[in-house]
Design a protein around this ligand. Structure first.
Ligand code: PLP
Length: 375
């Protein structure tokens, strides 16, 4: 074992938690008091950097919420919709379905517009639904449906939502930090993402970028205490503190991760690195005979779903375990109608890491006796 790197974790080709930099992990080797000035300044810096990443409009504010990404989604849905409100959800994957489940738990009235998992929700259908149901007050959609890697056109929906005077909620969990998103240009009222995806922090909290005026108008709507978005914001704005124990170490790591995003050249440079990871993966996988699930024009560069190869010797579990033993972690599929697995392109991974995975996949196919028709 080298003294410089006493351990080497497996490379995570997953949708999160992701591989993080050593310096991001090292930023956690501190114990800060949650009411100490240094920590309060860290939180303030993080919130400012997040608003800047969303386009920097002073109409927006950042709210940090303890827990994983789903907690941020639930905080938003359960806090910003009035008792008599109605939520329309555009669904083309598991994360759209999850928003409907959250709404059901909180007894929020909903309309689901469902589409196939390989299909972008048609903007015309949104338009027709909003025209036909004036009771709808809020619209929610997932930007990158991590189920498949498809990218939904959030700016197009935003224009329609705005014209119908509805509030617009976007789950940008797996895209924020890797795709440029201008909150104001997209007409977004609430964007939700989390620490351990494309910002490359460690798990522990989610964040909501909210249009301040919209958030301020939600008093009395919260259906829980700990996920009350307005109360959380008032705490952060007031004395700069979280209402309940904050994930201090995860926040320190996140601040470092945000600096490293800036040093990398910001969202566009990070997006380019991820795109290159995607491009190397796709080219090599297709050459080996794998087929992607989403068609090229709708495919993003966050994560790619591949069909299981049509060969009797292929078993995903065996494939997965052999790759894991070689130091590469891939991800199972989450589709309702097709057998797929997923390879993520995000996290602190570069072309060399991706090429190593591609070599390992080629070797594994030989080991398993899976011969594919080459294209
Ligand atoms: C990761 C993710 C979430 C949140 O998942 P958690 O496991 O709660 O962090 C929500 N939506 C999308 C699109 C995601 O990729």
């Amino acid at each position: 074992m080298s003294t410089l790197s006493p351990w080497k974790d497996k490379a995570l080709f997953t949708p999160g938690p992701l591989t993080t930099s050593l310096t991001t992990k090292q930023a956690m080797l501190r114990d800060l008091g949650s009411r100490d000035t240094e920590f309060i300044n860290t939180v303030k810096d993080i919130r400012q950097r997040l608003v800047a990443l969303g386009g920097g409009s002073d109409e927006y504010t950042a709210v940090l919420v303890q827990g994983s990404g789903t907690f941020g989604i639930e905080a938003t849905l359960s806090s910003v919709i009035p008792p008599e409100g109605k939520l329309l959800v555009l669904v083309n994957g598991a994360y759209g379905e999850r928003m409907l489940k959250i709404a059901a738990v909180h007894r929020i009235s909903t309309l689901a517009l469902r589409f196939e998992e390989n299909t972008i929700p048609a903007p015309e259908m949104l338009e027709t639904a909003l025209d036909g149901d004036p009771a709808i007050t809020h619209v929610a959609v997932v930007h990158c449906e991590t189920t498949t890697g498809i990218i939904n056109p959030i700016e197009t929906y935003g224009e329609i939502v705005r014209r119908h005077h509805c509030t617009y909620i976007v789950d940008a969990m797996s895209s924020f930090g890797a795709y440029p998103i201008d909150l104001a240009a997209c007409g977004i009222d609430y964007l939700v993402s989390s620490a351990n995806k494309c910002i490359e922090g460690v798990p522990g909290f989610s964040f909501v970028l909210a249009r301040t005026a919209a958030l301020k108008a939600t008093r009395g709507y919260a259906r829980t205490l700990s996920l009350d978005l307005l109360a959380q914001w008032e705490g952060l704005e007031g004395d700069g503190q979280f209402r309940f124990t904050p994930p201090t170490h995860a926040l320190l790591a996140f601040q470092q991760a945000l600096r490293e995003l800036e040093w990398e050249g910001g969202v566009l440079s990070r997006g380019q690195r991820y795109w290159l990871n995607y491009d190397i993966t796709l080219t090599a996988m297709q050459k080996m005979g794998f087929r992607p699930y989403i068609e090229a024009s709708q495919r993003g560069y966050i994560i790619t779903s591949f069909y299981y190869p049509n060969h009797p010797n292929f078993s995903f579990q065996n494939f997965y375990e052999r790759l894991s033993a070689k130091g590469h972690v891939i991800y199972p599929g989450k589709l309702s109608h097709a057998d797929c697995f997923r390879i993520g392109h995000v996290g602190r991974l570069n072309s060399a890491d991706v090429r190593a995975l591609m070599t390992a996949i080629a070797e594994t196919l030989v080991e398993m006796g899976v011969e594919l028709e080459k294209v």
